[in-house]
Design a protein. Structure first.
Length: 272
């Protein structure tokens, strides 16, 4: 498969093509993603929770994203990779934002960066785009500001909030983002925004009126029992992995593993 390009993503706004994005953070898994039809990978700051066990994304650093991102890039030559800018590394100044984005492009070799925020991030988005780096916006439920939102809460639940979201989308669009990720909003809200901007939308928990759809890999593979309402489990790996661990333990205790089939059976002269 050939890697999707920024112009091809932009074109999805008018040509009806749908595409998919999943998070991925490690080499072994990316070898499977690369064989699949999924067009895009997000090396997301959600790795703070899925890989590092934090209770949010705020503690994630650029080095975290870069280390995981490099592992992902190593076996994903034809998958479009988005590097996720962590909290505190693009909100101090425009120079800081460009610096972090440059590091991601050069050290990970990603295809674009993503950052959170609408109007409040428009100036830094414009500066990064002007520096020649493609930007994916991210509005709606923005996990880096979940404290402001009172937690991981669905956004856009009043007409004022909907108009504010549309203003955010327009600001990011005017700043030059080639695609906007909208997270955690009622599907009618995403549809309304989509009808009023010219930039394609990737939705996560935003309904079906989007050009692209995103899921967190650990949710869609069913590693955990609880997943957010919007996350469909396409596999149920958690129970399967637990079963494998317990079967291994039981077979060792029972003496059923390892059999000669799983042993080196070389005859050592003089030993027997
Ligand atoms: O970090 C991440 O995985 C994200 C998704 C929630 C879109 O930003």
């Amino acid at each position: 498969m050939r890697k999707i390009t920024v112009p091809e993503v932009r074109a999805t706004k008018t040509n009806g093509r749908k595409f998919t994005l999943i998070t991925c953070y490690d080499y072994t898994t990316v070898t499977i993603v690369e064989k699949s039809d999924i067009e895009m990978i997000l090396v997301g700051d959600s790795l703070g929770m899925t890989m590092l066990g934090y209770d949010g994304t705020v503690g994630v650093t650029p080095d975290d994203i870069i280390n995981y991102g490099k592992a992902v890039r190593r076996d994903a030559p034809t998958t479009f990779i988005i590097g996720d800018m962590p909290f505190g590394y693009y909100n101090e100044s425009i120079e800081q934002g460009i610096h972090t984005a440059n590091r991601f492009m050069r050290e990970i070799g990603c295809d674009c960066i993503k950052l959170e925020g609408g109007i409040r991030s428009a100036a830094v988005v414009k500066a990064i785009v002007d520096a020649g780096i493609p930007v994916c916006g991210h509005i709606g439920l923005t996990p880096q500001s979940s404290s402001n939102m009172g937690g991981f809460k669905v956004q856009g639940k009043s007409m004022d909030a909907v108009e504010a979201l549309l203003a955010d989308a327009k600001a990011i669009e005017a700043a030059g983002a080639f695609v906007i990720l909208i997270e955690g909003v009622p599907r009618s809200v995403c549809k309304y925004i989509r009808e009023n901007i010219n930039t394609p939308i990737i939705g996560i928990g935003a309904g079906s009126d989007c050009e692209g759809q995103c899921l967190i890999m650990h949710d869609m593979l069913g590693y955990t029992e609880w997943v957010p309402k919007f996350a469909k489990k396409y596999a149920n790996l958690g129970p399967q992995i637990l079963d494998a661990f317990n079967t291994f333990h039981q077979e060792v205790v029972d003496g059923a593993f390892p059999t000669p089939e799983y042993s080196y059976n070389t005859k050592v002269e003089g030993l027997e």
